[in-house]
Write a protein that binds this ligand. Structure first.
Ligand code: FAD
Length: 480
């Protein structure tokens, strides 16, 4: 099992990342990335400690991280969920693309290698070999599977110029040259490898864009353009506890004629297989169940903050406030309940256990309104307290100001420091740039809202509902 130190060493390489007009020299020391790399390092250290229960014996007799499991029954699904939850707790659910997300996709691909074999046996072997490598080396993969936002009314080959989304530019004996771009690599800057494909439906004529491959982040020609950092320039972790530790970054990924050796390719110029890899294998479902485990943890954390705020402000005994907390609890319980139901009613797919998509996607379809509703309640319960805090911890130590801060920023229960700490955390959830990015993340990480609802629509089984109605309608007739 990989240690945090090994992870940090591995990502100090020649990767090309641009931020604020400059190339990032070393992600492990750069102020934009140091917090998140330290967070991931501590997650690896946690998993490497056997007593933390994150390890399992693989089908090949090796010891690996449970996030790479290919669950075969309900018990193994539970085991995997508990491991994912342990990691999610380390980031309070605020890191979306931790290594367990794409690990789920790789495990699912390897569990259904015959899908890839439909494009040629060598591709099935590539999938299997890479899965084992990633699992045994405990690799961190991020992914980009969405074409850049240019003209959504046109498919890949209909765009104004060729190779705006990433596609095959040239075929060579040793591999393919890919050119173009893809959005939006969350955590890509601090991962080992990138998985690249296209989950958006492709049309006839898009064959050059119908590919799927893995590539090390430090490959020549691969460039990452990061959005602004939310960690940089903050006075301290006390002031911005989430921004400084959990800003996983999002990057536009540019492929400037990148050579992808054949062994790293899973699907080659095959529209049908690009779709099948996600939806005929359990990839999309296993990936989304990981995402829901993280989401449940995040919702519980939000509720914990809300509850503590009301206790500190002495509002927790007001019935109207309890009602608002109850709203939060009901929403969170619905998500958690659906997650557990999807596991309990899991399906067998070729010998592998798959969470029931009806329940899993049922909550995915509600995510659009769910997160913003909880944030809105937390905002409501916080009042102006989140802005009544000093600009930074420095006013709490400066002899000229500290007595005023201590006297006037306090609560019914806690000391001044505790109140400021809690309310600064609340602001990082509801008001900071980091907070805004999280609202965007929960809305879009699984595709635009209409896409997420589409999964719910397709997986519900409406036949069961119409049958109920038909039965009832059949029980009475037009009067004679
Ligand atoms: C914070 C964040 C992190 C992300 N991380 C990743 C990542 O790690 N890897 C990755 O691959 N992707 C990632 N994404 C990208 C994400 O998958 C996309 O944002 C998502 O697929 C939606 O695409 P889009 O943003 O271009 O929105 P669009 O597709 O442009 O949709 C925007 C809006 O336009 C309207 N619209 C667009 N098309 C239609 C249509 N056909 N019918 C009706 N209405 C339509 C809808 O109102 C929709 O909500 C991330 C996104 C965000 C915001």
């Amino acid at each position: 099992m990989r240690t945090g130190q090994e992870y940090l060493q591995a990502i100090q390489d020649q990767r090309t990342i641009y931020l604020n007009g400059q190339r990032v020299d070393n992600v492990t020391t750069h102020p934009a990335f140091i917090g998140i790399t330290q967070t991931f390092a501590s997650m690896y250290d946690f998993a490497a400690e056997e007593e933390n229960g994150m390890q399992y014996l693989t089908e090949d007799g090796t010891v690996a991280n449970k996030v790479y499991m290919m669950p075969r029954n309900r018990d193994e699904l539970r085991e995997r969920r508990e491991a994912i939850e342990k990691w999610a707790k380390q980031t309070c659910g605020f890191v979306g693309r931790s290594p367990d997300h794409v690990a789920a996709f790789l495990a699912a691909f390897a569990s259904h290698e015959e899908i890839f074999a439909r494009g040629g046996e060598r591709f099935a072997k590539n999938v299997q070999d890479f899965y084992k490598k990633a699992r045994d080396e405990d690799l961190f993969l991020s992914y980009v599977i969405i074409p850049p936002q240019i003209d959504r009314s046109k498919s890949a080959h209909e765009q104004k110029e060729d190779h705006l989304p990433v596609g095959v530019y040239e075929e060579r004996p040793e591999g393919i040259i890919v050119r173009g771009s893809q959005m939006l690599g969350t955590s890509a800057a601090v991962s080992d490898y990138l998985f690249v494909s296209c989950i958006v439906p492709l049309r006839e004529g898009d064959e050059d864009y119908a590919i799927s491959f893995v590539v090390p982040i430090n490959t020549p020609g691969l460039k990452l353009y990061s959005r602004p950092s939310f960690a940089m320039g903050k006075p301290s972790t006390f002031d911005y506890p989430l921004s400084t530790q959990f800003d996983e970054s999002d990057c536009l990924v540019v492929f400037d004629d990148v050579l992808i050796p054949w062994e790293q390719i899973f699907v080659y110029r095959n529209i049908e297989l690009v779709r099948a890899q996600f939806h005929e294998s359990p990839a999309h479902i296993w990936g989304n169940s990981q995402a829901q485990v993280r989401f449940v943890t995040k919702l519980k954390f939000l509720i914990g903050v809300a509850k503590k705020i009301t206790e500190m402000n002495g509002t927790d005994r007001f019935p109207q406030v309890q009602e608002k907390l109850a709203d939060m609890a009901s929403l969170a319980a619905t998500v958690e309940g659906s997650l557990l139901a999807s596991e309990y009613h899991c399906l067998d797919r070729n010998g592998y256990a798959v969470p029931n998509p009806r329940f899993l996607y049922g909550v995915v379809g509600m995510q659009e309104s769910m997160y913003s509703r909880l944030i809105s309640i937390l905002r409501d319960l916080s009042g102006g307290g989140v802005l009544q805090v000093p600009s930074s911890y420095l006013e709490m130590v400066n002899p000229e100001t500290r007595e005023d801060i201590k006297r006037y920023i306090r609560s019914s229960q806690g000391e001044s420091t505790e109140k400021i700490q809690l309310f600064k955390l609340a602001w990082d959830i509801i008001g900071s740039e980091f907070a805004g990015r999280h609202q965007q993340y929960e809305l879009f990480y699984n595709g635009a809202p209409h896409v997420a609802k589409g999964y719910s629509f397709r997986n519900y089984n409406f036949q069961e509902t119409t049958k109920l109605v038909d039965q009832f309608l059949g029980s009475y007739r037009l009067p004679e």
